[in-house]
Design a binder for this molecule. Structure first.
Ligand code: ADP
Ligand code: MG
Length: 343
């Protein structure tokens, strides 16, 4: 649905040229929800604004639904943009217009008749749960309701693609969850392709099918969310997802483990489970098979889009050869075994 080919973007800054994006190649499939994460300044907003040419790339091509937007003239580009809706962190509503008239605006601009607009906007307001609020003004709405207006407005031109730039970053966690549920519903019902950029990893974890990690204007890692979040390859990815994946050891436990006698002669390991290995009784079987005592110190099981994963911090005691055999046995069962360090 979306193809970015060799996208580079320079900005003219006061201290010279800033290269915000460097040779981005990316393919986003029809109907998927694709997330882009990265630190502040990584180029996320620039990248998403290049998809509808709000920013024109310095180099490269942007294909949406098979059409190269970078070669279109102004009129053709305006038409092509109807296939791409966008929502923003601060909603960008017109305060002097009602809910209905905010959603109607893009349709007025293309000269649609009032009755056709009525026919288009009314079901959209129902879809986003604002059927009863059509006559209200933005100042009378909560943040979540404002973003619902933003979503309805973005959908007014019946786009194939919805771009979301930090769309839930100004909302509290509960409102965020309801907006994410709405986006998922729209994605399923309308088959819309959704591109999400956010610094909130929970949003990616709850909403997206695939994710790309942007750093210094380059994509450093991408894949399906489950793989990237449970087996991050790059140090930056590990840092970004740390808070939502919950492999952190509680500080009190770390302190106790740093007492020399506790870990004496024992091996401290972190075991990462995913998919089937999460459900299997591997630890009890391991104790039976090998002469190894396992003391579970800390653990967590979670799921991403219905697929379970988890980690256990264990202290294992036994002969070195038995321990090695036990770790190898776990690795054969898709459990990743890492030496855990206590600082
Ligand atoms: N309009 C602009 N003019 C000059 N530099 C810009 C402009 N917009 C963004 N930048 C720079 O480009 C880089 C990427 O910015 P941005 O895409 O906003 O990153 P993010 O959304 O990941 O925080 C940053 O170094 C930023 O300062
Ligand atoms: Mg940004």
């Amino acid at each position: 649905m979306i193809q970015l080919q060799g996208i580079t973007k320079f900005y003219a800054g006061s201290a010279g040229r800033v290269e915000a994006l460097s040779g981005i190649d990316l393919k986003i499939d029809p109907g998927e929800i694709f997330g882009i994460i990265g630190r502040s300044g990584a180029g996320k907003s620039t990248l998403i604004r290049c998809i509808n040419l709000l920013e024109r790339p310095s180099e490269g091509h942007v294909l949406v639904a098979g059409r190269d937007l970078t070669v279109l003239d102004a009129a053709a580009l305006r038409a092509a943009r109807h296939e791409i809706g966008m929502i923003f962190q601060h909603f960008n509503l017109l305060s002097s217009r009602t809910v209905f008239d905010n959603v109607a605006l893009p349709l007025e601009l293309i000269g649609m008749t009032r009755s056709a607009i009525e026919e288009r906007v009314t079901p959209l307001l129902d879809l986003v749960g604002l059927g009863d609020h059509r006559g209200r003004y933005p100042a009378q709405l909560s943040g979540g309701q404002k973003q619902r207006v933003g979503i309805a407005r973005a959908l007014a031109s019946q786009p194939k693609v919805l771009l979301c730039d930090e769309a839930t970053s100004a909302l509290d966690p509960e409102t965020t969850r309801s907006i994410l549920a709405l986006l998922r519903d729209i994605n399923r019902r309308l088959g819309l392709t959704v591109v999400v950029i956010t610094h909130e990893m929970q949003v990616i974890k709850d909403l997206c099918d695939r994710v790309a990690v942007l750093d210094g204007g380059r994509i450093i890692e991408q894949g399906d969310v489950f793989s990237v979040f449970t087996q991050p390859q790059m140090a930056l990815t590990q840092t970004l997802i740390r808070d939502v994946i919950g492999h952190e050891t509680p500080p009190g436990l770390l302190e106790r483990l740093s007492q020399p006698h506790l870990a004496d002669g024992a091996a401290l390991r972190r075991l990462f489970f995913s998919g089937q290995s999460t459900d299997a009784p591997l630890i009890s079987e391991l104790s039976r098979r090998f002469s190894v005592d396992i003391n579970i110190l800390h653990g967590q099981i979670d799921e991403i889009r219905g697929r379970p994963f988890g980690s256990l911090l264990v202290l294992a005691k036994g002969e070195a050869a038995q321990l090695e055999a036990a770790w190898a046995w776990l690795a054969e069962r898709d459990v990743r075994v890492e030496v855990a360090h206590v600082q």
